[in-house]
Each structure stands twice: as C-alpha cells, then as structure tokens.
Design a protein around this ligand. Structure first.
Ligand code: FEO
Length: 403
C-alpha cells in the first residue's frame, strides 16, 4: 500500500522519490535526490500525467495499479520525452498494453527514436488547444518549446485549474514528507530549484519567459511540475523566481569568488579579495575552489548573486582545467547582468587571466570591474593592493545599487 496524496477532486500525486541515482543526466550530482512527479486522474476515463525514469518504474506501476483498483488505464500523457519522464513508459505499456499514449506531433518521433518498437497504434496526437475529455475533467495542452526540449508541452485541467507543467517550475531534491509548497521550509528547495533551473534550463531564458507569458492568462490553482514541490499557496512566488532566473537577473546582493589553484597562490588571492569585500560591507561572499565543489553548485550561486570574481592559475598557457568548463558553460548560457572581476597567478607564460579576459570580452551583458590582476607566484604587498582594488570597486558597484 503506497501513500498517494490527493491534490484535488480525484487527482492524485503518484510521483516517485529517487534517492539512489548519483547524477542527473549522468553528470549533475544529486546529493538530496530528485522526484519524478506523476499524477493520476480518476474519472470516467482514467489518465496519468507524465511517466518516470526507468529505475523507478516498478514503484510507479504499483502506484498506478493501486489507483486503478481493477479498472483499465485509458491514457498516459507524455508532456516531455526526456528519459527521466519517458523511459519508464515501456514498463507501463508492457503491463497495461491498451493504454493510449498522448503527445504532440514531435513526441512520437522522439519516443520511436528511443524505442524503435514503440507501439505507434497506441499513440494519440494532440495539438495546442485540443481538449481531451475524461468525463468531469477536461484536459487541454500548450506547447512550451525548449522548456526544456523542442517537444515540451504542458497539460492544463480546465475543470480544477491545474497546470501540469513538467520541467517548468521543477526542482532537484526528493520530497521528504511534504509535497506542497506550504508544507515545507522552502529555503532548501529554493536552493535546489535554482540549481535545477540554472543547470538544466538556464540556456533557455527567452523560451521560459515566452512560456510564462503564454500561461499567464490561465487561472491556476495548482502548479504540478514533474520534479519537486507542488505549488498551491504561493504560486506567484515560484513564477516570480523563474522569471528572475530566466532574465538572468540576480536574486540578491553578494559576490561569488571561484578559483582554480594548483599550488595555493590563486587561492590566497581569493582569500584577500573575499576579506576585503567583507570589510567594504558585502556580507554575502561565497568562495569556491573549482577543484572541490561541483560546477552545478557554483553555477547556481552565480545565478543568485550580482558579483562574480573568477581566478585561475596559468596551465599550459591557458585557463586551469577546472575553470575552463565553467567559462564554457557561462558563455554558452549567455551570462549577463553581472559585475565580473578577474585575477590569477602564473610563473612563466601566464594564460589563466588572459583566458578569463577573453571570456569576459565575449559576453556583452557583463561589466568587468577593476584591473585584472595577474601575479607571478605568491601575492606580494603591492599585489595585495591591486587585489583589494578589485574588491573595493566591486563593493562600490553593489552598494550603489542598494535601494
Ligand atoms: Fe525532467 Fe527535461 O526532463
């Protein structure tokens, strides 16, 4: 017997918490787990919204069978084909072979690409605005391309005003007891939600804003995403957070200092800058060693704060290997609305600082503060003054923006 929570009027959460998988998309750590949310609609026709990842399919199927209580499953809607929501579908089809799979014109091709033996005859193609009648409940659909794949769509229950938003408004972090926004301390989920957003959807800010605009006209009583909390109390909060992140606007004042250091000299420079920032009145200063902290956490912090100071020692005339992927990802995502400081150490040819300068020059939406500081070996007294100048200028910029 599973604990399946009713959300409203015959609609039940049948999601699965995954605390086993080490890495999402096989590269982003999941220290707090992740959920694959799914929803069962009990009506004249039975319907499931979204499937789950294959490793959780057994629990998922048990929940479906429990909800069906001997009836047949009529529909399963696939809002998005990425395997965290579709790889478990083959187990559903194997167990409940008459189920109709509902998706849009792009969905079918992707399902077939993953599973060449996918039963095409079971597929029902819908397009934007179509209505799927279940009895009391009437479902309609809206395309939200690139949030997070081209075929991504949302399902909206016209009867109970529920938005099944799939990846949009999702989060990392398993649901530990509470499943609604008003049942938990949101601070933890905000951090995991930002880490999810910035790493998974971060490149697609304009598309997220289009989706928010498109869905803005709907009356929404619940947002039911496919990862993380279900929203019923403070829907405006999650929409506002997603809007901020999609515009690449910082949440708050503060500075992330991230560095790559082989022998401790660049690390020493980071400490000098951090201390000076604090002395200048900046309370939120976060210093990360890129060799220790996973990139996904650093990216999330960069999304949070207005200030970013990057340090790299020289490595083979270039940027330190643990800093390179950070620069690549930030450039790929088009980082903007940030003040950026640059520093690093070298011994003979340099290259770390030069590489970060090239990165900053390529980004049109960031402003470099102060002079980039490159030090030979360990920082000397005159270098400390130059490093502190970066901190002073950064702090002055941030403080000037205080309301
Ligand atoms: Fe949760 Fe893009 O899959």
């Amino acid at each position: 017997m599973y604990f399946c929570t009713e959300i409203a009027n015959g609609i039940t959460w049948i999601g699965v918490n995954d605390r086993k998988t080490e890495r999402f998309e096989n590269y982003i750590p999941l220290p707090y787990g992740v959920t694959y949310n799914s929803y069962f609609i009990d009506d004249e026709k039975t319907c499931v919204i979204d499937a789950v990842e294959l490793g959780s399919a057994s629990t998922f199927l048990d929940k479906i069978v429990e909800c069906l209580d001997g009836r047949k499953l009529d529909y399963i809607v696939i809002n998005h084909v990425e395997p965290d929501h579709s790889s478990g579908l083959k187990e559903v089809i194997r167990t409940l072979p008459t189920v109709k799979i509902v998706g849009n014109a792009k969905t079918l091709g992707m399902l077939q690409a993953f599973s060449p033996d996918f039963p095409v005859e079971n597929f029902v193609t819908i397009k934007e605005g179509d209505i799927l009648e279940l009895g009391n409940h009437k479902l309609t659909f809206a395309m939200i391309p690139m949030v997070h794949w081209p075929e991504s769509m949302v399902t909206y229950d016209l009867t109970d005003k529920i938005l099944f938003s799939n990846d949009a408004f999702g989060s990392f972090g398993a649901l530990d007891g509470g499943i609604f926004d008003d049942q938990v301390n949101f601070e933890f989920y905000q951090s995991e939600m930002r880490r999810y957003y910035s790493n998974i959807v971060g490149k697609y800010g304009p598309q997220v804003l289009n989706a928010i605009k498109k869905l803005g006209g709907l009356e929404i009583k619940f947002i039911c995403p496919s990862h993380g909390l279900i929203w019923r109390k403070d829907i405006a909060k999650v929409v506002s957070l997603y809007e901020t992140w999609a515009k690449l606007e910082p949440e708050t004042e503060g500075v992330v200092i991230v560095y790559g250091s082989m022998y401790g000299n660049t690390a020493k420079m980071a400490e000098i800058i951090g201390r000076k920032l604090n002395c200048c009145g900046i309370k939120e200063v976060k210093i990360y060693d890129a060799s220790k902290t996973d990139l996904s956490f650093i990216i999330s912090e960069i999304w949070k704060y207005k200030g970013l100071i990057i340090g790299s020692c020289a490595h083979n005339n270039s940027v330190y290997p643990k800093i390179q992927p950070l620069l690549h990802k930030l450039e790929n995502y088009g980082l903007k609305n940030r003040y950026v400081g640059i520093f690093g150490s070298m011994m003979w040819s340099g290259g770390g600082v030069r590489g970060i300068q090239c990165f900053a020059d390529a980004l049109k939406g960031v402003e470099v503060v102060g002079e980039a500081v490159e030090v030979k070996g360990t920082p000397k007294a005159e270098d400390v003054i130059r490093l502190e100048a970066i901190a002073e200028e950064m702090a002055a910029k941030l403080i000037a923006e205080r309301i």
